[in-house]
Write a protein that binds this ligand. Structure first.
Ligand code: ADP
Ligand code: MG
Length: 233
């Protein structure tokens, strides 16, 4: 599903250059649930943003579902992003003046789906995350956990091949974090490929494979026996 080879990324600030990713190699097969661990500043978000086609590497190759991701014009990149990828962020990134239903329906708008069908689909995804009764509520009327569930429903709405989550539990208390991880596990149980960036070992233990980043390199990449989040709720 994902194949990256010898990936490098530097940020340039004036005459200075910060080498953040220093030759990353890894592959993710369909159906995996992978966590990317590492201390703050180790390059986790940089890597996830490149995988999410929100940023480009300086060197190396990236293939997503058989498609080489390189030098795509913005229109094609946007189309692939829409088709292949769903995003979940620490800060939810919901649109504050749209209710839960309309937030979930938005990616479907960009896919050119008609309003009636958008609403129907969005409602089905809200049901899936247990929030059908909250469809008409604005984000500021929802708890953190509920907001993240809406964001997960929105990420699923375009039926992406891969879900990319950057610290999805970073703004939540432990109990709520485990509820969100339970949902992520259930979505992965259905076969969806998911990558989760986290710096919390208990969250990483709820995935099936832990990739450790340090100083821009992968220092460890291990399959683990997944802890089920429900056991902790
Ligand atoms: P993590 O997500 O693991 O905390 P990041 O990938 O966000 O790490 O950042 C890695 C390093 O790159 C940090 O030192 C950060 O300050 C720097 N960095 C990240 N984004 C930018 C940017 N757009 N411009 C300059 N430096 C950046
Ligand atoms: Mg980060």
């Amino acid at each position: 599903m994902i194949e990256i080879r010898d990936l490098h990324k530097s940020y340039r600030m004036g005459s200075n250059s910060l080498h953040v990713l220093k030759g990353i190699n890894f592959s993710v097969a369909e159906g995996e649930l992978v966590s990317i661990m590492g201390s703050s500043g180790s390059g986790k978000s940089t890597l996830l943003n490149i995988l999410g086609m929100l940023d480009e590497a300086d060197l190396g190759s990236y293939t997503l579902d058989g498609v080489p991701i390189k030098n795509l014009n913005e229109k094609i990149a946007a189309r692939y992003r829409n088709k292949f990828l769903g995003f979940i962020f620490q800060s939810f990134n919901l649109i504050s003046y749209k209710n839960a239903l309309d937030n979930v329906a938005l990616p479907l708008y960009y896919q050119g789906i008609k309003r009636g069908e958008r609403i129907e689909k969005a409602m089905a995804y809200l049901e899936k995350v247990g929030l059908a009764d909250w469809a008409g509520h604005l984000p500021n009327e929802l708890s953190g956990g509920q907001k993240q569930r809406v964001a997960i429903a929105r990420a699923l709405a375009s039926d992406p091949k891969v879900l990319l989550a950057d610290e999805p539990t970073g703004a939540l208390d432990s109990k709520t974090s485990y509820e969100v991880m339970n949902l992520i596990q259930e979505i992965n149980d259905e076969g969806r490929t998911i990558l989760v960036v986290t710096h919390e070992p208990d969250i990483a233990a709820m995935t099936k494979r832990i990739v450790n980043l340090k100083d821009g390199k992968i220092i460890q990449d291990t399959k683990v026996n997944q802890v089920r989040a429900l056991e902790n709720v």
